[in-house]
Design a protein around this ligand. Sequence first.
Ligand code: NCD
Length: 296
Amino acid sequence: MARNLLGIADLSPEEVYALLERADALADGATPQRLAGRLQANLFFENSTRTALSFGIAAGRAGVEVVTFPTEASSLSKGESLLDTARTVEALGADVLVVRHRDAGAPGRVAAAIGAAVINAGDGTGEHPTQALLDALALRRRFGGLDGLTVAIVGDLRHSRVANSNMLLLPGQGVRVLAAGPTALLPDVLPPGVEVVRSLDEAVSRSDAVMTLRVQRERLEDALDLSAIDYHREWGLTAARLAGAKPELAVMHPGPMNRGVEIADEVADDPARSLVLEQVRLGVPARIACLEWLLT
Ligand code: NCD
C-alpha cells in the first residue's frame, strides 16, 4: 500500500518534525533525492496558482516527471467519473496523484480506489496538508523553532482547508493556536488545543504570528451580512491594528489575498513583517520533502 498525504492525521508529530527538518535543509540548498523514473500526475479540478506551480517545480527539482491532467478538455465533460479518471491516470503509470477538488474527501476516495500515492492539494473545506507544512516551515525559519510560539488564525476559518490543516499540525509542534473571526465564519467545533478569542486586537497582541485568510465567498452557504468595507474595518490587518503587536510579529497569508479586505497593502507589503512571498518560496522545499517521503 502506498503512503498518502490526505490530511495531517496521516503524519505523526514526529513525522511532521522530520519533514520540516528535511524541508529546512532543502531550503538551505541541500540536494533533493533523485526520484527519476517516477511520474506525478497533477489533477486540479479547482483553480490554483501557487499550489499547482510549486508541485510542478518541486517534482522537477527531484527529477520526477509531471503530467498535468487537462480538467477542462478531458473526458470528464463526457461524464467519466473522478474514480475512473484516477484509475486511468494510474494505468498510464502515475506513481503519485496530486489532487485538488471542490468536494471534501475526494482525494481520500481516489486514494481508496488506486494503489498509487495521493497527495491532497486542497479538498473543498477539508484539508490542505502541504500548505500547513510550508506555513510551519516559514514560522520555524522566522523564529528558529515552533515550540512555544503563539499563532493566531484570523478570518474565514469555517471554510478554510488551510486553517483546518494548520489547526491540526501546529498544536502537535508545541504551538498555541488562537482562532478569531466573525462568529458566522468560525467553525462550530475546533480541534483540541485551539482557543477562540473574540477580537482581532486580542489575537494580534498575544501572537508571534497572525495568519489571515480570504473570505471564501464561493463556499458561503448564506450571504455574509458584512460588506467588504465592514469586514476590513473589523477584521482587516492594517498598520493601525498592528500598533499593539509584538515588534517581531509576523504576518502570513496563504494567498490569494484580497487586498483592502482581510489585509491592507501596507501590511501585505511590509518587508519586516510579511511572510507572504516567503510562504510561496518555501512551498517548493516543503513539497520536495513530501515527494521524498511518499516515493522512497
Ligand atoms: C488557498 C486554497 O486554495 O486553499 N490557497 C492556497 O492553496 N495557497 C486559500 C484560498 O483559496 O483562499
